[in-house]
Design a binder for this molecule. Structure first.
Ligand SMILES: NC(=O)C1=CN([C@@H]2O[C@H](COP(=O)(O)OP(=O)(O)OC[C@H]3O[C@@H](n4cnc5c(N)ncnc54)[C@H](OP(=O)(O)O)[C@@H]3O)[C@@H](O)[C@H]2O)C=CC1
Ligand SMILES: N[C@@H](CC(=O)OP(=O)(O)O)C(=O)O
Length: 357
């Protein structure tokens, strides 16, 4: 069956861009139609422009596409544009695309805090996309920007949101991350000499993103379509870079607001039972299971668990009581799939299923 929607990818040669290319190849609803990157890459076939770093080979549907510069005029035929642009350039380019009437789903941080921009992790707060429905009904063919989150935030908010839905407010969260090097991108990315036999206890801006984005994603949508932060939750983050290729591991502790604490088994069952909207809608890329709760004492591990449900699922392990908070557990998510490109695609699939693309 031929795909019905034309997709553009900005930053197509980058770490996230390459994942978009892989995940969109053979997609039932979206056709890889236009690939954008810098002037360094423009004019070349994709196969010649990209330094391909994926284990799978470059999809046939991408190899001969000629890379263009990221100008809205090159993408006017696209029904949706996925952005994996470097944040240094994403701001102006994505705004030009929006003002040209294009729909941009962005991995870049530039507009995540904008009051009129939905910040969405599709496994947990796809309801925030409803503002798009209202806008599309008001003004046909208007452009808009939707952001997905920082890749570590994506792994954190899914179990938090599932537990809030079941047991009520979580007042306090601490998270310590061990983040894969692909999170830093390829240009220039993390230097081998810096990370080999090492851990770098600093990722610029990362802790502030986790601490703030979590509250917008788990917050609410007001009558006027503005987004209210979850005010009764405090998040404290410490972020580290480790010598892992893909997959962000996070050590999480939580404290419930309610004095009536669930048991460890009830927490595990709530995570297992959690079902998200994209599963209900039947989105092609939706994970079979949103959250896998692992019982082995030493799991999840990035190399063994990051590709669960093609990298769209979240793995949680070591759920146990916390003597300082209430509970602690380990979360693993694939930073360039559900943490980036996959989230963008699942957002687009959700909009498509709702007739909004
Ligand atoms: N890596 C990850 O796990 C995640 C990354 N993100 C975010 O996604 C975005 C992309 O990250 P990542 O893929 O890692 O970055 P990379 O550095 O790997 O890729 C950057 C991309 O941007 C393009 N680019 C750079 N300058 C320009 C320009 N002037 N005009 C047009 N295109 C340009 C590059 O093209 P060229 O090759 O021609 O230079 C390349 O395709 C970033 O904003 C990042 O913060 C978000 C979540 C997770
Ligand atoms: N900063 C993350 C990748 C990411 O999500 O970036 P940003 O929040 O700027 O989109 C990392 O280095 O692993």
């Amino acid at each position: 069956m031929t795909a019905t929607k034309k997709a553009g990818v900005l930053g197509a040669t980058g770490s996230v861009g390459q994942k978009f290319i892989l995940l969109l190849a053979e997609h039932p609803d979206f056709e890889l139609y236009r690939l954008g990157a810098s002037s360094r890459s423009a004019g070349k076939s994709y196969a010649k422009a990209v330094k391909w770093r994926q284990t799978a080979t470059i999809p046939q549907s991408a190899t001969e596409l000629v890379v263009v510069e990221c100008k809205a005029s090159e993408f006017v035929d696209c029904d949706v544009v996925f952005s994996g642009l470097d944040s240094d350039v994403a701001g102006d380019i994505e705004m030009e695309f929006k003002e040209s009437g294009l729909v941009v789903i962005s991995n870049a941080k530039n507009y995540r805090r904008a009051p009129d921009v939905p910040l969405v992790v599709p496994l947990i707060n796809s309801s925030h996309l409803d503002v798009v429905a209202r806008r599309v009904k008001q003004e046909e063919k208007q452009g808009f920007i939707i952001c997905n989150s920082n890749c570590s935030t994506a792994g954190l908010v899914v179990p938090l949101g599932a537990l809030i839905a079941k047991f009520g407010d979580i007042s306090d969260v601490t998270v310590t991350t061990l983040q894969a090097i692909s999170g830093a991108g390829f240009s220039p990315g993390v230097l081998g000499f810096d990370i080999l036999d090492n851990v770098i206890p600093y990722i610029s801006g990362e802790e502030e993103k986790l601490e703030w984005e979590t509250k917008k994603i788990l917050g609410s949508v007001a009558e006027d379509d503005s987004f209210a932060l979850r005010s009764n939750m405090t998040v404290s983050a410490q972020c580290n870079r480790v010598a892992v290729s893909d997959g962000h591991l996070e050590c999480v502790s939580i404290k419930f607001a309610t004095p009536h604490k669930p048991s460890v088994e009830e927490v595990k069952q709530a995570l297992r039972d959690y079902v998200c909207e994209s599963q209900i809608l039947g989105c092609p890329s939706a994970p079979k299971q949103c959250i896998y709760v692992l019982e082995e004492a030493d799991r999840p591990q990035p190399r063994l668990d990051r590709n669960r449900d093609n990298g769209y699922a979240i793995s949680v392990g070591r759920v146990r009581e916390d003597p300082v908070f209430d509970f602690k557990f380990i979360v693993l998510s694939h930073n360039t799939v559900i943490g980036a490109a996959g989230s963008g695609i699942l957002i687009a699939e959700t909009l498509f299923k709702k007739g909004l693309l």
